[in-house]
Design a protein around this ligand. Sequence first.
Ligand code: ADP
Ligand code: MG
Length: 609
Amino acid sequence: MSDIIRLLPDHVANQIAAGEVVQRPASVVKELLENAIDASAKAITLIIKDAGKTLVQVIDDGKGMSTTDARMAFERHATSKISTAQDLFNLATKGFRGEALASVAAISHVSVKTRREEDDLGTQIDIEGSKVTSQEPVVTPQGTMISVRNLFYNVPARRKFLKSDSVELRNITNEFHRVAMAHPQIAFKFLNNDSELFNLPSGTYRHRIVNIMGSRVDDKLVPIKEETELLTIHGYIGKPEFTRKTKGLQYFFANDRFIKHSYLHHAVVSAFEGLLADKANPSYFLYLDVPTDSLDINIHPTKTEVKFEDEHSLYAIVRATVKHALGQFSIDAIDFQKDTELDLPYNIAKNGTQAPRIDVDPDFNPFKADGGLKQASGNANFQSKATGSWDTLYAGLEDSSTMNDESSLHPDMETLFSKEESTDKNIFQLQRKFIISTLQSGLLVINQNRAHERVLYEQLLRQLTVQNGVSQQLLFPISLERPLEEVTILSQLQAELESVGFLFKTLEKNLIEIEGLPLDLKSADVEGLLDSIIRFQQEELPETNFSHVDRLASRMAASMAIKTGDALNGQQMQQLIDELFACKEPELTAQGRKVFINITGENLNSKFN
Ligand code: ADP
Ligand code: MG
């Protein structure tokens, strides 16, 4: 038998290597942007078509390449950035492996135009699947333009593996954010299908963060700064109220490179301890600078996971610095260095604000025996002392009429049971949470919030399928600013949102403008609802088999439903009960939680033996 081991041809080896470096269009974006930065560009433009599947193009005004270098750049292990293995421990550049361009060229159609300052003519090289198809001199500005077309054209399995345009665009946008935030001194532009998504002038770190995240973050940022021998740290942490239920805006950079580091992340989170609501995630934008030889970026092919020397000390410094900044902030809660220039002319939901409301009972008089039935739930102990009357038994049991009716000020048995809706139909509200109704067989205890959620859910589902939602026109349109990817998520849901009654004037770039709302939605709740829809979409990628419509309906129902703590009158309770039992599945909420329980006479009997 003959020998069977062969060396793989170069283009096959490159294709295999490409699998490590290039998983998706966003990987190409990252590599090309980093090369432009390493070439000392001052302005970088990123242009993509169809979420990078058709085209990824990066244009820089950096130092350019000679003809020979331009050709060499596409060879595997061809790099100008390191020459010995020792250099790996002293990296001052983004690239160093010399495999990005070779990998990209193996799986796409690449065209490069480049010129150095000292050359009159530049060079254009075209490559298809690692093969150079043309090379000629060309007139071109100083710098480099690389166009990558038809990514994975010769690796169909990979191409099939790509996600929807919206998901790939989100990945690219994330990558772009990370690079742009690490280099505020470089101007960036980003265009997708000929529309400009970002135009970021060079400026301070704060400018850059605000330009990317939207001006609403500006007054939420607390600056932080610390210099020690081991590291210097600067950047911003989000004020404790600027948190998110899902992942916050959390960015670590080490030596100008975006990194992920769960240990240091923990240091930041633990510094917030006690300041955050349960499950809330702090936001931070932290820039660490460490000596290059104490940072190992070599451990991961895509170079986001890194290793520091002496991580324990870094942990302590990061935690203490963040704690200190938070302490400073809460002492003199002023807006540090708020940059007024950055205020964009968008106003956030002006008409959504409401004056705080305090419920006061003007007739309450603690010295009168009949002073306070309205206090029945709020101050039952006091009442029992003052009057010693039996009605403390009903503490917490709020008849609708006691909440909303003048005549309820007389705490005798008559008024407690005399209102039509409560006596005839025997409906009570308990702790502003439960609706209690008597049945032939016993007691029905309904969770008001869940019941309403069920009702709204079924109603919204109907509207979404037959698209007959009713809209209330807003006198003052609501305008909100959100990061691009969040607006993109909403624009993908635009048809559905409109079928339940939303009317959008604008839904692009960073801007959301709403002219009409679903009938039952209060403008004050809009922001919370949209955020929760966005979060939900982000958590469960559209690829999962959850139905779009289902998810939207359940999100909206949850945020529009009557809440625990809302007082209901008898009529409202009756209507809710009627609507609930007209539902297809009254027993459970969309998330499968119990809506009501039934306490039978037998149940009760068993408690009395
Ligand atoms: P690495 O960045 O790891 O060195 P790459 O394959 O990304 O490897 O690039 C190979 C080489 O091509 C780089 O070392 C650099 O010399 C050159 N190069 C790539 N992109 C550019 C650019 N935009 N401007 C100037 N030189 C570039
Ligand atoms: Mg590179």
